[in-house]
Design a binder for this molecule. Structure first.
Ligand code: INI
Length: 154
């Protein structure tokens, strides 16, 4: 019986981070957590490329293009969608999630979902380095685990 699992040993390759400028106070904190997690797991700044896009809705196009280019071991998507008074939230959050999933499936490159979807600003801040950890750091770890897992798969 084979049990295959990715670990958190330093992975090879370059990593692209696609970050949304919308709700930038939060996404800057996600990027900081992501970068810190990469560095502490043996991926220095020189192997990270950061691309800013206007909002989470724009993340999938850029993530897919970067994943398809062949230069990156994984692409990490960082955004923050906060539910407002309108239905805009559902469209932006839903399409960002679907597009990010599609980018990974279409390219066979891990494309990691580090987009916060919350009811309030406080919930978002809690997940960007306050009470509830840092989702950007979690996204970096997911990328490392997936890169190491894919190297083991037959
Ligand atoms: N983009 C976000 O990343 N988060 C949001 O909360 C948000 N809201 O609420 O509107 C948001 N909107 C912008 C959207 O992502 C696009 O940039 C815009 O619609 C242009 O295509």
């Amino acid at each position: 019986m084979a049990i295959l699992e990715g670990d958190f040993s330093p992975p090879p390759g370059r990593f692209a981070i696609v970050a949304a400028r919308f709700n930038r106070l939060v996404t800057e904190a996600l990027w900081a957590g992501c970068r810190d997690a990469f560095v502490r797991h043996g991926v220095p700044d020189e192997r990270l490329d950061l691309v800013w896009v206007p909002g989470s809705f724009e993340i999938p196009l850029v993530a897919r293009r970067l994943a398809a280019g062949g230069d990156y071991a994984a692409v990490i998507c960082l955004g923050c969608v906060i539910r407002g008074e309108t239905g805009h939230y559902d469209h932006v959050a839903g399409q960002a999630a679907a597009g990010i999933m599609q980018a990974g499936l279409a390219t066979s490159v891990p494309v990691i979902f580090g987009v916060l979807t919350t009811e309030t600003v406080d919930q978002a801040l809690d997940r960007a380095g306050l009470k509830s950890g840092n989702k950007g750091a979690d996204a970096a770890l997911a990328a490392i685990e997936m890169v190491n897992l894919l190297r083991k798969l037959p």
